[in-house]
Design a protein around this ligand. Structure first.
Ligand code: 26Q
Length: 821
């Protein structure tokens, strides 16, 4: 590519691109990386004016704001999304003709911002898009991890983790905003003193301070001139921090201490379902919360002056799970110790500002921190938590006099040899709203995990079913379907996904059906390329594309999927292929590096895939691939191409799921259990357009005490044979014993995931799906009905509900005024 364009660019974007290349890159010959950088900087330049206007309209209209606090924002790539939302796609393509390069080639240069594990982090990203699109004054606060989610490869079928150095070429989307930098204190000791007014106060002294440096990322709304902010904090050692030790003559120690401070934001913890109690993780949490709350208070003082009594009428702080729950104690500390409010005033402000979203029902995933860690790192917060707990238990005792067991159960402090702080309880007590993320999940929270709290304060509890943004997950990732939709029902669906119901009256239209099918086939061709490049496995677009992509966890039951593949393999070996629908099974996902069982399931799937793909008998009927390094960008290619979406968690375990929604929107049909948001998907699309199977949450709970997996194995000849083949070592001939743990888990009466119990029901649902796929017209109609019914799962709907029922920040008049500004 030449640095001087063949033609002169006329649009603002084109001119900006030319300028970036000439004055900012200083190169005579451009490679794609450089051209991508220049293009991204040009696009960012195009949104700077709107970004400034959004900030100043937030300032001038003294509105309530929301801060969305999250340890994770799984943003993925920004270029395509920005071009879509700013309506710059055409301009961009035109500008690039001068450099003879395709936009798609440049888009692929961008590293994913992988600042999250999975569902919870991606939900935060979808929410930011919807907030900007709905013109809500919401700022995201997170951590700018130097290393995001690890990159995954396979060696001999085993997962390998590699560092994700996403910032190594620089990040053109961020802006360093040093005027927002702050200091975050750690360690030290607590002392009480009497102030000038004779008031007893507490001081936190001799702390070690870490500098929180601010980096802002723009979050453009969909074609509305609004640009919200995602503020990410990065830890830097302060000079103070260094000097204190340097003055004692310990130069080397001072350098080591600098590293310690900067370690805080070095890496994202790659666990997504079990708390791991690491001190560094608590430091990350506190660092985010302290910096963000100080920033919010500074902003408030800038707008309204030093009197904080009205803080809660102008701010809501949404806590994304308990990861930022230490905010409750930090807010109290700031109000009490730094701003000298009384306990009752400080508590009134804190507990009417915070709102908590829970994302899990698994007890092992509930965060608890050892009291002894707090004694060291956050001594003042420990005092405050004890005081919150004492006052709360007073309330409990009043409501249920004499019920000491209940006091023990509900205490924020779990007593024992190594006492623990229950972060979920702290979050509930300190918040005015507690929500789950799908109807079933929210109900199970009030009936099970949080039943005591629900009885005490039922008004706090509510449901907000998750959603995904139709900009990234339909308009951007599936341009072919988007074009077809535009032609058929107009383009309003992008910001109003409910419009897709218009398709329901067209499901008999032969032209729509054939175009819909053509779109799916073209999308499958793109996925075929991806799978071939990354795995060497050859998929075939005429076969059923059966897809399960998500984090590896036992409750998500990738193992059940593997057993079904083994079942098909066995049938093909035996020549029992009568009526069998050819299928390509794609699985993708990462296992937490310390999660041995999940890693064994990865190895099993790789071994099974090897046997399947190696055997020419299989080729006409079955192909199987485990895609390495599944991430947001991979999903943008996968979900438009899927026929069948696997959502097969043990009922009652998947809080919501959001991948299920992305697949549905793109016309995949779900094979799923009665769990999480699957239930609501089923409700919208109807039983005829969904392959339902398996025990319900209530049945799972009832079966648990007398579960006999052997009974299920014996009463299903298919499962008997699958287990025999697996136990014979057929898939690990040269690796004896490596699947023993998996086999034992399936056969264990205490298997919490009940894989054996659901196998036959699953097999039958798969057979129904295979059968249905053979009727292309009918399958395509089911596909259309799934997209048509997906409107409820737009994150715009979800955020509309957060806004109306929790945040209550916008009023219509102000929205219009803001638009004119
Ligand atoms: C906790 C402590 C220490 C280290 C890590 C963690 C940790 C990190 C991430 C624990 C959990 C997570 C992520 C959880 C998550 O992604 N949950 C999913 O949230 C989605 C959005 O609500 C739901 O759709 C999924 O059902 C739920 O599993």
């Amino acid at each position: 590519m030449k640095a001087s364009p063949a033609e002169v660019n006329s649009t603002a974007l084109g001119q900006s691109l030319q300028r970036q290349i000439r004055y900012c890159l200083s190169r005579d010959h451009l490679d794609r990386t450089a051209l991508y950088q220049a293009l991204a900087l040009s696009v960012k330049e195009q949104l700077m004016d709107d970004w400034r206007k959004t900030r100043s309209s937030n300032m001038s209209y003294q509105r309530k704001r929301v801060a969305y606090l999250s340890l994770e924002f799984l943003m993925g790539r920004s270029l395509g999304n920005a071009l879509l939302n700013l309506d710059l796609d055409e301009d961009c393509r035109q500008a690039l003709t001068a450099y003879s390069v395709e936009l798609e080639q440049l888009q692929q240069q961008e590293h994913d911002a992988g600042l999250g594990n999975g569902g919870l982090g991606r939900l935060a990203a979808c929410f930011l898009d919807s907030c900007a699109t709905l013109e809500l004054p919401v700022v995201g606060y997170g951590i700018r991890y130097r290393y995001g989610m690890f990159a995954q490869s396979f060696a001999d079928g085993y997962q390998q983790e590699h560092p994700d150095s996403w910032l190594s070429d620089g990040n053109p989307w961020e802006i360093r905003t040093p005027h927002h930098d702050l200091l975050v204190p750690f360690f030290g000791r607590v002392e009480s003193y009497v102030d000038g007014d004779g008031q007893q106060r507490i001081q936190w002294l001799d702390t070690e301070k870490v500098k929180a440096t601010a980096y802002d990322m723009p979050v453009p709304g969909y074609r509305n001139g609004r640009v919200n902010t995602l503020r990410l904090w990065s830890a830097k050692a302060t000079d103070e921090f260094n000097l204190s030790q340097f003055n004692q003559g310990s130069y080397a120690e001072s350098v080591a201490a600098k590293n310690l401070a900067e370690q805080i934001t070095m890496v994202l913890y790659p666990n997504d379902a079990s708390e791991n109690g690491k001190e560094l993780r608590l430091r990350q949490q506190y660092f985010l919360c302290s910096a963000s709350l100080q920033d919010l208070i500074n902003g408030y003082i800038g707008r309204f002056g030093n009197d904080l009594s009205d803080f809660a009428s102008h701010n809501v702080i949404q806590l994304n799970d308990t990861h930022p729950a230490i905010s409750v104690a930090e807010m109290m500390r700031l109000l009490l110790d730094e701003h000298h409010l009384s306990w009752s005033k400080a508590w009134q402000i804190t507990s009417t500002t915070m709102a908590y979203t829970n994302h899990t029902l698994l007890p092992e995933a509930l965060e608890r921190w050892p009291v002894r860690l707090f004694e060291q790192m956050l001594p003042r917060h420990l005092q405050i938590i004890y005081e919150i707990n004492a006052r709360f238990l007073e309330q409990v005792a009043q409501r249920w006099p004499g019920e000491t067991e209940r006091l023990t159960r509900m205490s924020i402090i779990e007593e024992g040899a190594d006492p623990q702080i229950r972060m979920a309880y702290l979050a509930i007590v300190g918040s005015f709203s507690v929500n789950g993320v799908a109807q079933l999940h929210s109900r199970l929270l009030t009936e099970g995990l949080f039943a005591d709290f629900y009885q005490l304060q039922p008004h706090k509890f509510n449901n907000k079913t998750n959603g995904v943004t139709p900009r990234r997950w339909l308009a951007h990732c599936n341009p072919r379907l988007a074009a077809l939709l535009n032609k058929r029902i107009g383009a309003d669906w992008v910001a109003d996904l409910g419009r897709l119901t218009c398709l329901n009256s067209q499901t008999e239209d032969a032209d729509l059906i054939s175009h819909w099918h053509e779109v799916k086939q073209a999308n499958k061709a793109a996925l075929i390329d991806l799978v071939a490049t990354r795995t060497g496995v050859e998929f075939d677009a005429t076969m059923l594309f059966d897809v399960q992509v998500k984090r590896f966890h036992e409750y998500k039951r990738q193992l059940l999927n593997a057993l079904h593949i083994i079942h098909l393999y066995q049938r093909i070996l035996e020549g029992d292929t009568e009526g069998m629908t050819p299928r390509c099974v794609l699985i993708g996902g990462k296992a937490a590096p310390g999660y041995a069982m999940a890693k064994q399931v990865i190895k099993l799937i790789n071994n099974v895939a090897y046997m399947v793909n190696y055997n020419p008998l299989m080729k006409p009927y079955l192909r199987c691939a485990l895609l390495p390094d599944y991430n947001v960008s991979a999903m943008e290619i996968i979900c438009p191409a899927a026929d069948l979406s696997e959502q097969i968690s043990t009922a009652g375990k998947e809080a919501s799921g959001t991948g299920n929604m992305k697949f549905m929107m793109n016309g995949a049909i779900t094979i799923g259990t009665y769990d999480g948001a699957n239930i609501e998907i089923l409700e919208e699309v109807g039983e005829d357009n969904f392959f339902l199977f398996g025990l319900t949450a209530a049945e799972i709970a009832a079966l648990q005490p007398h579960y006999q997996p052997q009974h299920y194995i014996d009463s299903s000849s298919a499962l008997t044979q699958v287990m025999q083949l697996l136990e014979s070592g057929h898939f690990n001939l040269h690796e004896p014993g490596i699947f023993d743990d998996i086999i034992a888990a399936i056969k264990s009466p205490t298997d919490p995931w009940m894989v054996a119990a659901d196998f036959d029901s699953y097999r039958q649902a798969q057979a129904r799906a295979g059968q249905a796929y053979r009727d292309t017209k009918h399958w395509t109609q089911m596909s259309i009905r799934n997209s048509a019914a997906s409107g409820r799962f737009s994150s715009d709907v979800t955020i509309g509900n957060y806004q109306q029922q929790i945040w209550q920040v916008a009023d219509h008049h102000q929205r219009h005024v803001a638009k004119e500004a």
